[in-house]
Design a protein around this ligand. Structure first.
Ligand code: C2G
Length: 149
């Protein structure tokens, strides 16, 4: 291994919506960082989320501020399209591309450019489940108000 490689920071890259930030997101970012020295997080813009079929509750600029404040995160970039990953990997000289294993197999082609790693998801928590619980609570309250009238 030449001297440069020994001195090169190990760069880790991941992407996500990180809506309604929760322990599953934190666990992923902490474990991703453990593979290297510098963690770059691509946060899906509100527009890209729509293309992903996801309506984020928290707007992009707030999701960005939250993720930027996480001690494991060194840089946040915008994720605007599916196809930007290869450009980002080359631009930032990424060594490890890390995602939760709900994406297992989806990004294997990126192994041509870096090491792709899928980590086990944190069980029992997801933004989708939050939204479902909020909807259920709302329906219950609406029913209660109707009955009280
Ligand atoms: N995650 C996790 N455990 C959970 C929930 C999420 O490990 N309980 C991981 C996901 O696997 C993902 C990251 O946290 O690696 C961010 O999750 P989301 O915000 O749901 O991101 P997603 O919508 O999967 O977007 O191009 C890739 C996409 O932008 C990923």
């Amino acid at each position: 291994m030449d001297k440069n490689n020994l001195n090169k920071k190990k760069i880790v890259l991941t992407y996500g919506t990180f809506d309604m930030f929760h322990i599953g997101h934190l666990n992923l970012l902490k474990r991703a960082k453990s593979y290297g020295d510098y963690l770059i997080v691509g946060i899906s813009t509100d527009e890209f989320n729509k293309k992903k079929g996801k309506n984020s509750i928290i707007p992009f600029n707030e999701r960005k501020k939250i993720v930027e404040s996480i001690k494991y995160v060194d840089k946040v970039i915008e994720e605007k399209e599916w196809e930007q990953k290869i450009k980002d990997i080359i631009k930032y000289k990424v060594d490890y591309f890390v995602m939760g294993d709900d994406w297992k197999g989806k990004f294997d082609e990126l192994n041509k450019f870096c090491k792709v790693i899928y980590l086990p998801r944190t069980e029992g928590i997801s933004t989708t489940s939050f939204k479902k619980s909020a909807k259920t609570l709302l329906a219950f309250l609406e029913q209660l108000i109707k009955e009280l009238k």
